[in-house]
Design a protein around this ligand. Structure first.
Ligand code: UD1
Ligand code: CA
Length: 452
């Protein structure tokens, strides 16, 4: 059996005024990803599956997000918002290519799953011209109602045009549709705007399909899956639904969480075996946690990879570009950014390690700061393997500290420290006479023996 080809059109031209934000609605995040990224992650993306996204005239940022996720996608601009059918026709040239299945979905419906698209496409194989995704709304106000007779969908009535009897119907239009791709263009081009809002409603496709003597059907799903986001309150509700799903998936995959409701995950968080996450941890996008790692309470982690049996927190902040080797330990009140910490590195207390590379098994004492920013640009700190940085040291980047070097506590290191050197570099701003003294000591002998 050869797979059917598809074209998916995502409608994302809306202003999203009710979000009260200068950011386009579909770019707001849930579980660390934009609404649009969630939708684009669920639509068909195999061989023979193409994608078009309809955006508004000032939506360059939306177009960028589309390209980032699906470089093969085409964006079309709907210059004037004249309704959902009008929006679909902005992609007329893509529809005219005649894929087997034409799928239409809204960009603000982030909880939709790939499986639902597959279920919706199934009736097309057996000859239906249109399949509409429906759900039983707890409160259907505002949704288009699905009018069904003898198991066949006969019309969708928008709220504004519905009679009181029709408004009592709970079966509602989710906004996701699948058309027979070769008939779709003719059907959609026949949609007019004779309704109370003078808009071209995609939902009118149902009566046109029937007028053509073709068949329209309903495929049902749960309300949770098709929640549309129009307000910040709905954004927060969707976040709850997604977090519940992500926590359950993590628990099912063997992650230990004794208070899962207090742990926030991202849609792309990846876990090895036997990972433990203590209560009150926030994990943003781009985080990988390897086997046996433990994330202690109150840690905040974004775009970071955490090695096997590493330990993070409590109260640690791992910022983008952090990579922790196997067995690394990051303790309380430690912040890392763009920092590679090789296996066995310890940074146990009150430190900032940014724009840095730290070799295996190096110990960084409490209060150590990589001074990566001189007020103009960022510079790198490189620390070798097996080194020891004494407490309260400032490493003024760009700077290199060799393998096995030993930095005395309170040092302000401004010059390269060679391998195995003992360095104590201190600036004493005020001495007893009121003047400033400085001293610098750099030796390769006299290093305290290991373990002293
Ligand atoms: C729509 C459906 C309704 C359904 C509901 C589900 C129609 C006419 N109505 O109503 O049956 O129950 O969704 O949430 O389809 N858009 C454009 N350009 C336009 C108009 C809309 O891109 O000119 C996009 C919007 O950005 C949005 C989507 O289409 O992503 C739906 O538009 P919206 O105005 O929110 O439709 P609803 O009134 O919610
Ligand atoms: Ca809507």
């Amino acid at each position: 059996m050869t797979a059917r080809s598809s074209l998916t059109i995502v409608l994302a031209a809306g202003e999203g005024t009710r979000m009260r934000s200068s950011v386009a609605k579909v770019l707001h995040p849930v579980a660390g990803q934009s609404l649009l990224a969630h939708v684009l992650g669920a639509v068909p993306a195999g061989q023979g599956d193409s994608l078009a996204v309809i955006i508004g005239p000032d939506h360059a940022a939306v177009a960028d997000e589309v390209k980032r996720i699906r470089p093969d996608a085409v964006t079309f601009v709907q210059a004037e918002r004249l309704g959902t059918a009008h929006a679909v026709l902005a992609a007329r040239e893509a529809i005219a290519r005649g894929a087997d299945d034409l799928l239409i979905v809204f960009g603000d419906t982030p909880l939709i799953s790939a499986d639902t698209f597959a279920r919706l496409r199934a009736p097309l194989k057996s000859g239906a011209a249109l399949a509409v995704l429906g759900f039983r709304a707890a409160d259907p106000t505002g949704y288009g109602r699905l009018l069904v007779e003898d198991g066949k969908l006969i019309a969708i009535r928008e709220q504004a045009d519905a009679t009181p009897a029709e408004r009592a119907i709970k079966l509602s239009n989710a906004g996701v549709m699948a058309f027979d791709g070769r008939k779709a263009l003719e059907i959609i081009e026949n949609i007019g705007n004779a309704n109370s809002k003078a808009e071209y409603y995609l939902t009118d496709a149902v009566t046109i399909v029937r007028d053509f003597g073709l068949e329209a059907v309903v495929i049902e799903t749960s309300e949770d899956e098709v929640r549309g986001i129009n307000t910040k309150a709905q954004l927060a509700e969707a976040e709850q639904v997604l977090q519940a799903r992500l926590r359950k998936a993590a628990l099912d995959a063997g992650v230990t969480m004794i208070a899962p409701d207090t742990v926030f995950l991202a849609a792309d968080t990846s876990f090895g075996n036997d990972v433990t996450i203590e209560p009150f941890v926030v994990i943003g996008p781009g985080v990988t946690i390897a086997d046996g790692a433990v994330i202690h309470s109150f840690s905040h982690i974004v775009q970071a990879s955490i090695g096997k049996k590493a330990s993070v927190g409590p109260y640690a902040r791992l910022r983008p570009g952090t990579s922790l080797g196997d067995g690394a330990r990051i303790g309380n009140f430690v912040e890392t950014k763009a920092a590679i910490l090789e296996a066995g590195v310890k940074v146990n207390h009150l430190s900032y390690i940014g724009d840095a590379h730290v070799g295996a098994n190096t110990n960084i004492g409490a209060g150590t700061i990589t001074c990566n920013y001189d007020g103009f640009s960022k510079h790198k700190t490189t620390i070798g393997a097996g080194a020891f940085v004494g407490t309260n040291s400032s490493l003024v980047a760009p700077v290199k500290i060799g393998n096995g070097a030993y930095i005395g506590s309170g040092s302000v290191i401004t010059k390269e420290v060679p391998d195995d050197a003992l360095a104590v570099e201190r600036t004493q701003q005020v001495n007893r006479e009121g003047g400033a003294t400085r001293y610098r000591e750099l030796k390769t002998r006299d290093k305290p023996p290991k373990g002293s």
